[in-house]
Design a protein. Structure first.
Length: 372
């Protein structure tokens, strides 16, 4: 008996709820539903910064050693000592390798003895020549004896000169047994070991490589466009390429830099920037305001009707976090520098500034300020 009453109660609640929903629906249908368009996107704009900027010639190059030499064995012998560690920086004249000096020291001693002997022979031959010359003058000795004494004197002089040359050659060969650094630089890993025979082949035995790092060359190329720009700038000043003494305007260029701390090593890729003599008035925009597509670099500009336009420009060099605009932009243009993702070119774009105030943004140092 309780079950039918419970069902009837639930049924009444359901009917009442349905009636309530119908009443709410009828009440809602009496209102006017209109589409409200979203507000125009808000962006941050700034005027280009006008400033004299020195123009730079920029290129990519690579570092190269001014002096680099293979240290080779110039005499034959066994390596007795290696007086450096691989990769050491050494001064000019530092001893690096010692190649069995004793045999060459003995050759020097023998050459010196030969010089003394040749000198003694020359002294005797000179005395005999003077004696024969005096006797011939008195008509006591024959002309044949005089000629013989003269020939012996001249031969002794030749022997002395030959002995002196042999002594010098022996000294040179003895000096080759001590391989020293011809200039300041870094020595590579050794190519031979102690006790190894070197200099016994027809080709020189490479012991190590010495590379000078201070100063260092930087080689780079100039494009045809850069060459034409340089020549045009010279022509505007009434000069020619001859005015650039020591800096030829060609495809291949080279400069030398100080490298006292050895920050640059041969083979490093470097970015070369060479400032021009004069500064040129330029328009600069923040790097964040510059975009790029298939048509090239562009900026978004808000026109007088507060509509965003895409303006193709020619971008120049980088100055800090700014970029020089060579063409395509005026000093009175308003450039979108904030909210760029919302500033898709549309019919309407509301303009605001960084602080919600009227005016233009002017750059001072590393910050933008409102200029009324």
């Amino acid at each position: 008996m309780r079950m039918p009453r419970l069902v009837a109660f639930v049924g009444r609640v359901g009917v009442c709820g349905a009636a309530t929903c119908v009443a709410i629906s009828l009440a809602g249908c009496g209102e006017n539903n209109e589409y409200a368009a979203p507000p125009p996107p808000k962006v941050t704009v700034a005027a280009p910064i006008e400033r004299p900027i020195p123009r730079y010639f920029e290129a990519t190059g690579n570092a190269a050693a001014v002096n680099a030499v293979d240290l080779v064995a110039r005499v034959q012998g066994f390596v007795q000592a290696i007086s450096y560690n691989d990769g050491d920086f050494v001064k000019k004249g530092t001893s690096l390798f010692t190649i069995e000096p004793e045999p060459y020291r003995l050759k020097v001693d023998a050459a010196k003895a030969s010089v003394v002997s040749a000198q003694a022979a020359l002294t005797q031959a000179e005395a005999e020549y003077q004696r024969q010359a005096a006797l011939v003058g008195k008509q006591v000795s024959s002309q044949a004896n005089y000629d013989k004494a003269l020939a012996q004197r001249d031969s002794a002089q030749g022997d002395l000169q030959s002995a002196q040359a042999n002594e010098q050659q022996a000294e040179i060969n003895f000096g080759y047994t001590n391989v020293t650094a011809p200039f300041d630089g870094v020595v590579s890993a050794r190519q031979v070991s102690i006790g190894e025979l070197v200099g016994a082949t027809t080709s020189p035995t490479v012991l190590a490589t010495l590379v000078e790092l201070d100063p260092i060359w930087v080689n780079f190329n100039a494009s045809e466009r850069d060459v034409l720009q340089v020549r045009a700038a010279l022509a505007a000043r009434g000069e020619t390429t001859a005015s650039l003494i020591g800096i030829p305007v060609e495809v291949g260029l080279q400069t030398i830099l100080e490298n006292a701390y050895r920050a640059l090593l041969p083979g490093y890729f470097v970015r070369v920037r060479i400032a021009s003599r004069r500064q040129q008035p330029s328009l600069l925009v923040p790097n964040v305001a510059l975009g790029s597509d298939q048509g090239g670099p562009y900026v978004l500009v808000v026109n007088q009707e507060n509509v965003v336009e895409q303006r193709q420009v020619e971008a120049g060099q980088v100055v800090g976090d700014l970029r020089v605009i060579e063409s395509g932009l005026g000093k009175d243009d308003r450039i979108v520098v904030g909210g760029i993702m919302r500033a898709i070119p549309r019919p309407e774009s509301r303009r605001r500034t960084a602080l919600g105030l009227g005016g233009e943004l002017v750059r001072h140092g590393n910050a933008f300020q409102i200029f009324h």
